[in-house]
Design a protein around this ligand. Sequence first.
Ligand code: ZN
Length: 377
Amino acid sequence: VLRLIREDGVATRTELARLTGLSRPAVAVRVSELITQGLVTERAHGPSTGGRPPVRLAFNGSGGAVLVASLGYSHGHLAVCDLAGEIVVMDETRLAAERGPEMVLPALLDRWAGLLTEAGLSAADVRGVAIGLPGTVEEASSFLEPPGLPRWEGAAIGPVVAQRFPVPVFLDNDVNVMAIGEHHAHRADGVDDLLFVKLSTGIGAGLILGGAIRRGSLGAAGELGHTPVPDGRGVPCRCGNDGCIEAIAGGAALLERARLKRPELADLTELTALARAGDPAVVALVREAGRRIGEVLAIAVNLLNPSIVVLGGDLAGAYDPLVAGVRESVYQRATARATRRLRIEPSRLGDNAGLIGCATLALDQVLAPESIDALIP
Ligand SMILES: [Zn+2]
């Protein structure tokens, strides 16, 4: 019943009875429980023509909150989102995942509590928590082998969060939550097959296939950046192999190359700003990186046949030369059928993709029928 109201906008008890095949009294009991739980509102609609006024039901997006955080190695974002998945308040933070969970988690809980107060909400409004981190996730309970983040491996995140906010806690890889966020932003278009590519210091991908995120058998799907390229021999990659596309065309590699001519370049943000300003050397560098990334993406497009490839991450700040290079290789190398309707687009959510993705991840589970059934005595 909640799903019909929330996702399909079904607004009357009569329509709910017709669609579910439940009796009118059974629908009435369920709707009244949902109203008691703060998940559904009803209001009189239009003028009464005698008798009872017509009443319309709606999902109550402000009937609770989820706490979300998207953490990177050196900085992150956190927010309070409502039940519609919209950001209510957010904060950028220097909480760096590299400082380890024993430092980061307590600080994160304090910041969330502060944001809740700012939003005029309390801990009792919180229905779920979701965190994205650069690591793979084992059975949604703990992070497994986060590269460069050894202290997060197996850390008991759920129990620590639950001491403060006793609600379900969901964890996922940072690129996966961005892919989930971008998919959410494309839901109105009916996109079911989406390949999200994060191009920042490193390169990673998130796969939405058949409308769901695909993590693979060990949560390691999407490691596009560690695909070796033919002429990459001898170029070392942080994964321990050599010749990976990330080592050739990732943000760190580009920055290093750009610094040969412009040693003053501080980071990727400055590099992409130069590309947008039309600096010929930087534009050429980014375009060539796009071409190289496109060569690997063409394989993914042939294999998965997505309807859309979304390019995000810091390097997408130099979108025009980047996508020009990507398109050149993908349309040249992927099959005509796989590219016939393929769209290649920039991220719609930018820096907020991870937060919106975390909110979607948590809400899809805390508002699932079995979770709602468990709420109702
Ligand atoms: Zn590698």
